[in-house]
Design a protein around this ligand. Sequence first.
Ligand code: SF4
Length: 300
Amino acid sequence: MFEGVFDLPVPEKTVHAIASPSEIEDTGEITHEMMGDLSKVMKSFKLPAEASCGLSKGKLLRASGVHGLCMRQAVYEALDSKREPCESRFPMTSLFAMDAGTALHETIQDRILGPMRVLHGYWTTRDGKEKRLGFWHEMWPRYEEYSFRDGELCLAGHTDGVICLERIRRLKAGKNFDGLPMNMYTDPCHLEIKSTNDRNFKHTKSGNLPDYYRWQANVYQMFLEVDKTMFLYMNRDNGSLCSFIYQGSDKLKDAIKEKAATFKKYRDAEAIPHEKYRKCPSINSKDAKCCPFRRRCFGA
Ligand code: SF4
């Protein structure tokens, strides 16, 4: 199952793009603990933990939310039912970790996989005014993630990219891409970038890929018409990376299509799914506490 990418030599140009020692200014004096422990401050900010209903703007199921979806909640949301404030709160530190993960995506796409010339898609100029399809180039250094939506399948989302395994094999064999067409698109594979803490990183590295990531990967594979996903994990605690290939499953793809079709049927009929579709065993369960439709759902 595992096939590493990051045992490859990263081009020197890439390293320079990340940091040049001559650009780091030494100000001489260091004064510690001016701000105290900011993580304590962040923990004290609590935000409403309203559950995501897993819908895109067009009332389609989002790829990242299909696995954990509550069918009733999604239909309430699609029918614009009145929402109630949520009881649960989550700390600002969680938001901080999510924002850090988003920023890491760009670093991996634009500064590592891009200059390695293995990431395929639309690359734009720095100002985003021009773009072209293919692989990274100094003139087009920013990656644009693929977006998709399919009203018939009732699914939408955006992927982290498409990586060409044939190009990776060439790099591993010590070859370069001289003489290859710029748009050579051989053995494409869906790319999924994840950042996580040390504990989850070790767990995943040992072969435990969570079910919700398997579902998400299969949705993207359907849209990209590929059968593999390369998961690229970054350990937020120490910056280490690991990668592996997940082979998609036709059985999961069928289950996804079935779930989306069920949602579409209820949404179009403007009918709330039967009680058997309730995700929560009671109004006091963890998921219900952050659901904006819990009272309506349980008739309270
Ligand atoms: S309370 Fe639970 S079961 Fe009911 S709609 Fe919300 S998430 Fe679904």
